[in-house]
Design a protein around this ligand. Structure first.
Ligand code: NAP
Length: 275
């Protein structure tokens, strides 16, 4: 059987790293990419794993990696747009540059990669694009405006793309985890620490510090391998589902969008009063 190939962004840690390992275990050939290639050097020692530098905000990195993969493999069966981070903070406190940066990585990054791989997938009449969204891409919450906004955008663009490329034999999938034990929470803490506080939203900062929303020690937090398994399953399926909520908080959380706005706002106000 011909070896299938996957390109994974943000492979240095967490879900990206687990996804690379999941594909390799299923005997795919994987291009494991990271901003700093040293972070994926150990993966490169595994059979069928090629490592490369790829910052999703750099057009030339994207072009070079995709061109190299097409040249060396002649095919890109799956693109996993995994790289991302969370910029949390009250909307008034988060400066435009930080929102821009959030979209640059979480939204424009996947868009860049998608545009680069699509001509090759169309030529072959086959391929799967897996976009890492989040339960935060289905329901927004206080302090999550920038991050949820970026993941809502990923969801919307994925829905449009899925319908656009179906006729070319290309599948588009969003994977929507709840809390996952990765470096995500530490990076989110660092990003919040960099926000200049207005002083009007101290209850948010206290609640955020007390119980990091995506902390890796919560009872419902799942290991990155659980998410990776769904990514690999979606990439391997002949007819993958459009959405893969992963873990109980995600499966319950995505239902929150059916709750009337007024009720949801009241629930957020209650949580604020109790914290
Ligand atoms: N953990 C959660 O609770 C959770 C829940 C739902 C969805 N997600 C989503 O899952 C994805 C993976 O996150 P994770 O949980 O595995 O967190 P993670 O361990 O922090 O991994 C994030 C990855 O993204 C990479 N990255 C960040 N900016 C990048 C850029 N400009 N170019 C290339 N790579 C970049 C990081 O690389 P560096 O090492 O170079 O920083 C790292 O490899 C993200 O899209 C996140 O939004 C996470």
């Amino acid at each position: 059987m011909t070896t299938r190939t996957a390109l994974v962004t943000g492979s240095s840690s967490g879900i990206g790293r687990a996804t690379v390992e999941g594909f390799l275990d299923q005997e795919w050939r994987v291009y494991a990419t990271a901003r700093d290639p040293d972070d994926v050097a150990d993966l490169g020692e595994r059979t069928d794993c090629v490592t490369a530098r790829l910052d999703v905000t750099e057009e030339t990195d994207v072009e070079q990696v995709v061109a190299r993969m097409v040249d060396e493999e002649g095919r890109i069966d799956c693109l996993v747009n995994n790289a991302g981070y969370g910029q949390f903070g009250p909307t008034e406190d988060v400066p435009v540059e930080r929102v821009h940066r959030q979209f640059e990585v979480n939204v424009y990054g996947p868009h860049r990669l998608t545009r680069a791989v699509l001509p090759h997938m169309r030529d072959r009449g086959d391929g799967t694009i897996v976009n890492l969204s989040s339960v935060a891409g289905r329901v927004s919450f206080p302090g999550g405006g920038a991050y949820c906004g970026s993941k809502f955008a990923v969801e919307a663009m994925s829905d449009a793309l899925r319908a656009e490329v179906r006729e070319f034999g290309i599948d588009v999938v969003v994977v929507e985890p709840g809390p996952v034990a990765t470096n995500f929470a530490d990076r989110a803490d660092a990003e919040v620490a960099g926000v200049e506080r207005s002083g009007a939203y101290e209850s948010f900062y206290t609640a955020f510090a007390d119980a990091s929303l995506f902390g890796d020690d919560g009872p419902a937090t799942i290991p990155p391998e659980r998410v990776a398994a769904d990514v690999v399953n979606a990439a391997s399926a002949t007819k993958p589902r459009a959405r893969y909520p992963v873990g109980t908080p995600a499966r319950v959380g995505v239902l929150a969008r059916f709750v009337p706005d007024r009720l949801r706002d009241r629930a957020f106000a209650l949580v604020d009063r109790l914290s």
